[in-house]
Design a protein around this ligand. Sequence first.
Ligand code: PEP
Ligand code: MG
Length: 749
Amino acid sequence: MNHDHSKLICDISELTALFTDTGNLDSLLQKIVEMIALHMSADVCSIYLYYENTNELLLKATRGLAPDSVGKVRLKLGEGLTGKALMELRPVCEGDASANPAFRHFTGIGEEKFCSFLAVPILRGQSRIGAMTLQSEKKNYFTPEHVNIFRAVTSQLANTIEMAKLLMSLEQPAAVEKTVVAAQSALKFIKGRSGAEGFAIGEGVVVALPTLESLAMNGVHKTLTLKDLHAAVLETENQLKSLQQAIETKLFDVASLIFSAQILMLKDQAMLGAMEDLVNNGVSPQDAVREVVTSYVARFNRMTNAFLREKQFDVIDVGRRLMENLTGKHDREDQYARKIVIARELLPSDALKLSSQGVLGIVILSGGVTSHVAVLARSINIPLIVAEERGLLNIPAGTMILLDGEQGNIYVNPADDVVKTFKEKETARKDAGNIAAQVKVKTFTRDGAAVTLMANINLLGDLAVAKEYKAEGVGLYRTEFPFIVRSDFPTEEEQYVIYAKLVETMKGLPITFRTLDVGGDKILSYYDNVKEPNPFLGLRSIRFSLRHKDIFVQQVRAILRAGAISPVQLMFPMISSLDEFHAARTVVVECMEQLEKDGIPHMALPQIGVMIELPSAVEMADDLAREAAFFSVGTNDLIQYMLAVDRTNQNVADLYVPHHPSVLRALKRIADAALKYDRSISVCGDMAHDTRYVSFLIGIGIRSFSLDARYLPRIQERLAAIDLVSAQRFAARLLAMDGLAAIEKELAL
Ligand code: PEP
Ligand code: MG
């Protein structure tokens, strides 16, 4: 076996490159087994795929066993050593397999001469995808090092193999759902919700998804042939690749997560073959594309598993692009330039494409993926409003639309004075754009107390503003966003690539990784959770991680590995008790030990902190301060849970009051506990970027803020006007008050 670790990494990349370079999925799996057998110096390497409906593993590719056993050898989950590995979700390694009573012998596949046996499950988050096996003629051949490397390779390939499995399993056509168009209305002003701030004015253009039907009939003036279909496939592939490259520099994490799946889909021989068959039987290429794509969409749509269902959007996306290239509608790349796009809903990849085309603003009607798109829009600086007015979908092309992303307001054919006011506001905002030059590297109060200003990062694209405004580090990296923008759980390897990029970009500045904080409004579309009546009180945040240890472990390992580049801090969201903190910390320690055993580079045990976001954590603040390395106060959730006000519910928005006496007093208790145990404490919720609360927070002893970097200059400016003694007196006055009216008067609200 090749013992050079870097060589292994190169080979893994080579393997994943096959992901895009192979047209046939069977041959992709075959290439994988050939390459691994060679690399691991094994006589046999095989891939088995697992089918939940039959509870069976099926041999899909082998190097070393009889080639005609592919597609024939079947094992029940738990049957044989391979079935056992997958059932128990752990590697099974035998020096003499036939001596193990669990060994299952198949005649005619040429297995007799192989003694040593190693099986590793292929897992995707929580789901079983299949298993990979190695065999050798030599007894006791596989060492713990083989096991570790084989596991690493398997985990790296899980995504690719799963996609291959998915595409292979697809069957026959079904009807496609037609888009329902809403009734037109005379619209002037629409109140929506701001998804991403900013102002934009331009011609509105309605985007309807999916558009395969209309595309098939669009702009074709000649009879198309199989050659045209092949040309369109090639063009589509090239477009996807260049789109991926173009976005990669700006949105590394998103691009690498979204487009690779689409490229593989396009190269799927079964899908393309079905189209070719239809064309060879006299169907026009555009009808063939429509029929095959819609059958795939319908098939995915029927799936009960949310992850599989979500795949339909990738198919739609690829299908649309293919159809456009086929029918010669080549104006796609700039048709939305300088326009305001209105859509029922958009996919994250749509938002990225629109961004690369220079779209000015986006309006979406409430839909399943809106939150993903809003997050993306913020990161790529495109104003976005979520509005429920269906009439917007019937706005005639060319209608002027003004978006006020601060307020969430939409003006249709705005009056001249409205446009003038907004343009003036925009000019003022741009003038303030030179602000970066005035931002100082270090922040001080008027009387010289140092305050640390760090950035909250959702997607790596946010780092640009953080750097521009000289953030002293990342106080909160919301790791869930790479999970949210894609359509399945990212593997350890995929997460590692993103985390490593973050660490490299920050060049040694402090970074605090918050472990996965899903649930509540951060829904993973591919995670089939039971429908929770109160998601904010449900399986959220650290509860989710502790319940799904495998997902948690993969994330922690990826973080610890990225920390080998430069050490990072780690914190857990929504901690409610010391026990929960201990349980989460134990996982980190176990991951460290495992990485150590595996010989994988990783950082030393990081500083581990807690987010204080729950009333229970406030009550336990002293105990948590004693045990944890630092506190980070998530005021968004703290307010929500202290006051029992859903932070996303417009109906009770007026009751969501950061300066409620109970919240102010809780903040004081949290700060006191941290200071008592000499722990650092930072505020990372939205209160940290509200200039009105800066004095209070300084007054109770907070010296570190982590905020959306766009707000950094104004907070730095505010701090420069504050002195400690006045801030302490101000905080004391507020803390002594018991009613909102008095507090609001003091805060000049
Ligand atoms: C918070 O709750 O204040 C916080 C920073 O976490 P999030 O907004 O991501 O829930
Ligand atoms: Mg929170």
